[in-house]
Design a protein around this ligand. Sequence first.
Ligand code: TRP
Length: 325
Amino acid sequence: MRARVFSGVQPSGQLHIGNYLGALKSWAEIQADYESIFCIVDSHAITVYQDPAELQAKIRETAALFIAAGIDPAQSSIMVQSSVSGHAELAWMLTCVTPLGWLQRMTQFKAKAEKQETIGDGLLQYPVLMAADILLYQAAIVPVGEDQAQHLELARDIAQRFNSLYGETFVMPATHLPTVGARVMGLDDPTQKMSKSATGTGHAIALLDDPKVIQKKIMRATTDSLPAVDAENMGAGVANLLAIGQACDASITRESVAGMRYGDFKKRIAEAVVARLQPIQQRYREVTADSSYVDSVLAAGRDHILPFAEDTIRKTKAAMGLYVW
Ligand code: TRP
């Protein structure tokens, strides 16, 4: 049996170049070596209110962008979390073995809870559902960014606790975070990871941004007060632009941009980004031209992985003594 890879993206906000360079691109590179499952985690998205019509559109857009970014439906299963009821079922069983204190300690929960007037229970349960996503498919490898490391660790703790209470049931997902691509920071604030939900228009480069918009955003990106690139002493904003440029075009190096005036430097980076995104945007248009294609990919993805999920649900129920027929 091939080792399984599982990862997920929320269908909220706009997928951006950070998602591509930090995740999708590397998923496409490893997909052939594993039983690869890439999930659109809509049930996670509703932990904060989503406009229903918009959410449904975003689910399909996200799936189309997965394909456009090189996730090949012939090699990977692209599926929607809520289309497989096992995610929710397993999440409940795992909830029952998860100490409340573990969840209250999660830094992402604390950060999100701070911003809400009433804290939905789903926000607290978020990492249990994420553990269920991973354990449902007995995934050994979970490529996620550093910001999800604590959630991944929690998934291991939950699996371990379940296994010790009820017997070996779950494959332990690997602790090491496989090197994922570049960590892309916000254009307007290079101390913050580029985020799908940041509302600032100059913050992120969306994968579907028009070339002119991309150019404008990069020209306005935060640098520092120097006039030109100092290769020995780069501010965070300049280093971030360079990292983006390098990831898009290997001919861009620290040496090649040393001494460039910021205007020219940014123009060069923008060119590289536009050229890198052009085929993705083209493929996106092709993929979405036939309105039923994406749905057929999602149905095939679901059909392929459903037996894995059913197997785990049966095992878990049996282990806990729930009714199995
Ligand atoms: N929480 C992840 C994020 O925001 C998304 C996610 C949900 C996920 N379930 C997952 C990632 C399972 C990896 C595995 O990035």
